[in-house]
Design a protein around this ligand. Structure first.
Ligand code: BGC
Length: 335
């Protein structure tokens, strides 16, 4: 070995061991639940990206409990995190979390769900009004006349009202023209599938099963609704929307009991969250990363909103399977 090689080798070994020694950046992640498959994916994507970027990601799941979320974040702050990535269970009460984080000198990313009335540093999500528009447009096109059940997500989740707002852009004109009649319009507490099932059962009973379309805000609630329809032998005869591209929803779409879902690529969202958390910790500007500002009733929050896409039987293979989001053998196994 020449002396030049020896010097180079020593330099390489030194820098390798230096990076191994360099303390990992501590980032906190607070998620509302692991009930919907998507939140499990968000977590796993972020853990993988964190490993790649030498981030020590500390994860807490709040199980849809606002006060538990506050306590868990206090704990994360005490652990010395530099950035907090949080999807709030309750958009309003989480404002106190933003204050606590800032007091501790910690920057905060409102992840997927926006925290209201607070100085959030970054809002990273999908275009949620667009999600609702895609659901509403699908229904308006496929069921331009008839009786509708409109369910919306948890009232504590700001996304729920954005989805509804988007969907109503397409449904309200049909109501005004007298073409469709909304016979039930209800929120689903905590996005619970069993709650959605109960609501649809009530609507079916009250209207002698004469329901033509159901706006189910996500795949979990769609699953509950489809169970209610199946009990009346109506599964596949009523148009039902969804959101999240869950495996069970993809199977139902191919079986014909669920009409569509909205795909939001949480892999991209999760990776972005970690990348931007690292940038924020370094004090780097995010001006080239954001694509707009969203008002949260207190301030215009710098935002990065990714695009959602409609999935139905006609394009499921292309959008979900070819991109590796779902595996072909899993989707087609039970057909
Ligand atoms: C998310 C949806 C999810 C729902 C229930 C919403 O805030 O955007 O993807 O299905 O919460 O967890």
């Amino acid at each position: 070995m020449t002396s030049t090689y020896r010097i180079l080798l020593t330099l390489c070994l030194c820098s390798l061991s230096w990076s191994a020694w360099a303390e990992a950046l501590k980032v906190g992640l607070s998620l509302p639940t692991q009930r919907e498959e998507r939140w499990v994916r968000d977590k796993n994507t972020m853990l993988a990206k964190a490993k790649e970027l030498n981030v020590d990601l500390r994860v807490q799941i709040t199980d849809n409990d606002a006060s538990k979320q506050i306590a868990q974040v206090e704990n994360l702050l005490a652990q010395g995190i530099k950035v907090l990535i949080i999807a709030p269970h309750d958009a309003s009460s989480a404002a106190v979390i933003v204050e606590k984080a800032h007091k501790a000198g910690v920057k905060l990313i409102s992840y997927d769900r926006l925290i209201l009335n607070s100085e959030v540093d970054l809002y990273l999500s999908f275009d949620n009004v667009k999600v609702g528009e895609l659901q509403g447009e699908y229904l308006a096109t496929h069921v331009p006349k008839g009786q509708y059940v409109v369910l919306s997500g948890s009232p504590t989740d700001n996304n729920a009202s954005l989805y509804r707002q988007g969907a109503m852009k397409f449904l309200k004109p049909l109501v005004d023209k007298g073409q469709i009649k909304i016979v039930m319009d209800q929120p689903v507490k905590d996005w619970q599938p069993s709650e959605a099932q109960k609501l649809l059962e009530q609507a079916l009973t009250a209207h002698q099963n004469k329901i033509d379309a159901v706006l189910a805000p996500n795949d979990g609630t769609a699953g509950g609704c489809i169970q209610a329809l199946a009990a009346q032998k109506l599964a596949g005869k009523v148009v039902v929307t969804g959101q999240d591209a869950e495996l069970t929803a993809a199977i139902r779409i191919m079986q014909g009991t669920q009409s569509m879902t909205v795909f939001k690529d949480t892999r991209l969202l999760g990776q972005k969250a970690i990348e931007l958390a690292v940038k924020m910790a370094k004090g780097e500007s995010l001006s080239n990363d954001i694509n707009g500002k969203i008002n949260n009733k207190k301030a215009d929050i710098p935002s990065l909103l990714l695009a959602p896409a409609v999935v139905d039987k006609s394009n499921l293979d292309k959008i979900l399977i070819d991109t590796g989001y779902l595996k072909k053998e899993q989707v087609y196994r039970r057909l």
